[in-house]
Ligand binder design. Structure first.
Ligand SMILES: NC(=O)c1ccc[n+]([C@@H]2O[C@H](COP(=O)([O-])OP(=O)(O)OC[C@H]3O[C@@H](n4cnc5c(N)ncnc54)[C@H](OP(=O)(O)O)[C@@H]3O)[C@@H](O)[C@H]2O)c1
Length: 236
């Protein structure tokens, strides 16, 4: 089995990496902007920057050293940074923030699918799981705010739907889904955890255990949809 993890330096990506490291004979390609020097030598560690298509294409080529891909997990994402905060009001919107968030959350993952999808194994069920978010659901939006993040995930969901339709014509056993991990303790969620009851805050390991179950149960008919950690389909 060959698993590719993009965003393996993050909390959720790292928990996926730990899980697959515990499976004997699993070949792993782990991609991050700065591959971690602590990763075992058995891991095919590859640099990727979602803001550079050249690095994405090169990473896809370098994944070939482990053979065809059985599972591609795209775990990268951006909600805030030193210069970016999720917008609560229209007055806080600006081009730079909106473009940066869309680049990382929407366009980068789609370019990963562009370059990695043709390297998925054929004739057996394979999975591409892309970390989306419940707040990207238009139907579920009751509070507003977080304009760029919500819209980038809504656009991601549309792109996943389009890619799922196109890829199903070439690889009938490929399953491509968006995944909502729940509220997970990570750098991404840290500034927004104060109002989250501790019973609802998952560790990355707990979330990944749920996501693996959800992903493993998905079949080609599920392609193009977004599923939460508890298996429920999230309306667009
Ligand atoms: N945590 C939650 O509660 C929660 C809830 C809903 C959805 N999600 C989604 O789950 C995914 C993972 O989140 P997380 O909580 O694990 O966040 P995290 O720990 O902050 O990890 C984010 C990952 O994205 C990578 N990344 C950011 N910009 C990148 C770029 N330009 N090129 C390549 N990689 C880049 C980071 O790499 P570096 O290490 O290089 O920065 C890191 O590996 C995200 O898509 C997020 O939207 C999370």
């Amino acid at each position: 089995m060959h698993v590719v993890i993009i965003g393996a330096s993050g909390a959720i990506g790292g928990a996926f990496l730990d899980h697959y490291l515990s499976i004997p004979n699993c070949r792993i390609t782990a991609c991050a902007r700065l591959p971690c020097s602590q990763w075992p030598k058995s891991v095919n560690a590859v640099s990727i920057d979602l803001l550079s298509e050249d690095t994405i294409e090169l990473a896809a080529q370098r994944s070939e050293q482990n053979g065809p891909i059985d599972q591609l997990l795209i775990c990268s994402g951006l909600l805030h940074s030193d210069s970016i905060a999720p917008e609560k009001h229209l007055a806080q919107l600006n081009f730079n923030t909106m473009r940066s968030v869309f680049d990382v959350n929407t366009l980068g993952p789609l370019l990963c699918i562009k370059h990695f999808a043709s390297r998925m194994r054929q004739n057996v069920i394979t999975h591409i799981g892309v970390l989306s978010a419940r707040v990207g659901s238009l139907a579920d939006n009751r509070l507003g705010g977080w304009y760029s993040y919500r819209a980038s995930k809504a656009a991601l969901n549309m792109m996943l739907k389009c890619a799922a339709i196109e890829l199903s014509r070439k690889n009938k056993k490929l399953v491509l889904c968006g995944l909502h991990p729940g509220t997970v303790d990570s750098d991404l969620s840290a500034p927004f955890q104060t109002r989250v009851p501790s019973s609802q805050l998952k560790t990355p390991k707990e979330s990944v255990a749920c996501l693996l179950r959800v992903l493993e149960q998905r079949r080609p008919d599920d392609s193009g949809f977004v599923f939460a950690w508890d298996g429920q389909r999230i309306p667009y």
